[in-house]
Design a protein. Structure first.
Length: 108
């Protein structure tokens, strides 16, 4: 994974073409980049982000921002109640409890 100006690029290697190619993830617009070496790939990634931001500026459009930090989650009322009780037991808000629980689940 690569990061630049808040954007995250996911990279894969094509062993047949002998090239790295990637895409910015976490936004609706499609932004891709590629390179034959790591340094070429890093430059292409940064150039793609810069080009995207410049393109949006020229069109007077807001660029897609990666991950707002908000998402809606639909769960059963029973699970909602259990989570709320667990949060209160840990003296946390429901939001903090769920956030901490998710961080533990992914090893952060």
């Amino acid at each position: 994974m690569m990061k630049y100006k808040g954007y995250v690029g996911h990279v894969v290697y094509d062993d047949k073409a002998k090239i790295f190619h990637g895409q910015i993830i976490g936004i609706k617009d499609v932004i891709t980049f590629q390179g034959k070496s790591v340094s070429e790939l890093e430059k292409a990634f940064k150039d793609s982000v810069k080009d995207y931001l410049q393109f949006c500026k020229q069109r007077r459009e807001k660029p897609n921002k990666p991950y707002s930090g908000k998402f809606n989650l639909r769960i059963s009322s029973e699970l909602h109640a259990k989570l709320d009780i667990a949060a209160k037991t840990h003296r946390e808000s429901l939001n903090s409890f769920v956030s901490h629980t998710l961080e533990k689940a992914i090893g952060d």
